[in-house]
Design a protein around this ligand. Sequence first.
Ligand SMILES: NC(=O)c1ccc[n+]([C@@H]2O[C@H](COP(=O)([O-])OP(=O)(O)OC[C@H]3O[C@@H](n4cnc5c(N)ncnc54)[C@H](OP(=O)(O)O)[C@@H]3O)[C@@H](O)[C@H]2O)c1
Length: 322
Amino acid sequence: MNYVSFGTADVKVSEMCLGTMMFGERCDQKRSSEIMRAALDGGVNFFDTASAYCRGRTEEIVGRGIKEYRDQIFLASKVAGVDAKRIAESIDESLTRLGTDYLDLYQIHWPRKGMRVGEMMEALDKVVQSGKARFVGCSNYPAWVLERSNGYARLHGLARMVSHQLSYNLLERGVEVEVLPMAKTENIAVMVYRPIAMGILAGKYIPGQPIPEDSRARTDERIVKWLDSYGEGVLRLKAFAEDRGVSMFDVSVGWVRSSPAVTCPIIGVSSLSQLEKSFKTFDFTLSSDERAEVSSFFDTEVKEVSGGNYGPLRRNLDLVAE
Ligand SMILES: NC(=O)c1ccc[n+]([C@@H]2O[C@H](COP(=O)([O-])OP(=O)(O)OC[C@H]3O[C@@H](n4cnc5c(N)ncnc54)[C@H](OP(=O)(O)O)[C@@H]3O)[C@@H](O)[C@H]2O)c1
């Protein structure tokens, strides 16, 4: 396992972050505990969860699973809400469910309409000052809202957000516009969720073949919709991987990791065998030519009509030197 610096936080975490969203949903306590233990044994020391997953049950499952080795894990959770009251209440609820007295990373799950960034940053700072979380971060933020939030924190001497959790994969590329350039420039750690598009980009579903009984497509309609739209690209990705003797999973996660703005992919698994396959993916790298070739299988880069160089500028990871 590789270990990477986590933005401006003075810590190193495993490059693989274990996603726990399926715990309580597709994995019971026993299987979830086995996956977490095996992840730790494989060198993974970074786990991500959220208060919203299974209405808190996932946090309980994670808490029971890591009880014996809590201090070896960089533990991240999320609050569903942006106001001071929810932030203050939710951290205590999460700590109780997780059976711990601190989180390593506490993230705002989604921004909300009409949010007050000053109130939010003051509340997050209180969480840090009270020792309930070591660092704070966000998820699913437009670039300018994160910049504004950290601008407020900087001005008032409060804890700043050190990380941004985003969906980024060969099908979902919106964050290439301004979000990833902002994160790289500001040294915000980028945690990528859904790196294999819920299994589509790892060969869980083969276009034209029946949907497997034991799969998330039975409950998540986006999977069938995306398969219909991108089936041809999935088959080209499969052929590309086969030609190189690697898995589709390796190519898709390698594509995410090859962005210089990305800190770590969050790998969500629902079985031990999926977990084991994910360890070796961190030895695989894609060259920039291969990245461009794989990107061409899917017509998913955000398109815009713009005069001059404005489009490329909004995607440039090195536009501002410091
Ligand atoms: N911040 C947010 O808003 C947000 C949103 C979503 C997720 N997340 C985080 O990101 C994590 C990952 O998200 P995700 O689970 O949606 O994304 P994902 O990693 O793209 O998909 C994981 C799914 O892919 C399948 N899979 C895993 N390994 C495989 C392999 N080797 N071969 C074939 N299929 C494989 C499994 O599906 P089956 O279970 O069907 O086998 C697994 O549940 C979550 O656990 C959570 O921590 C955050």
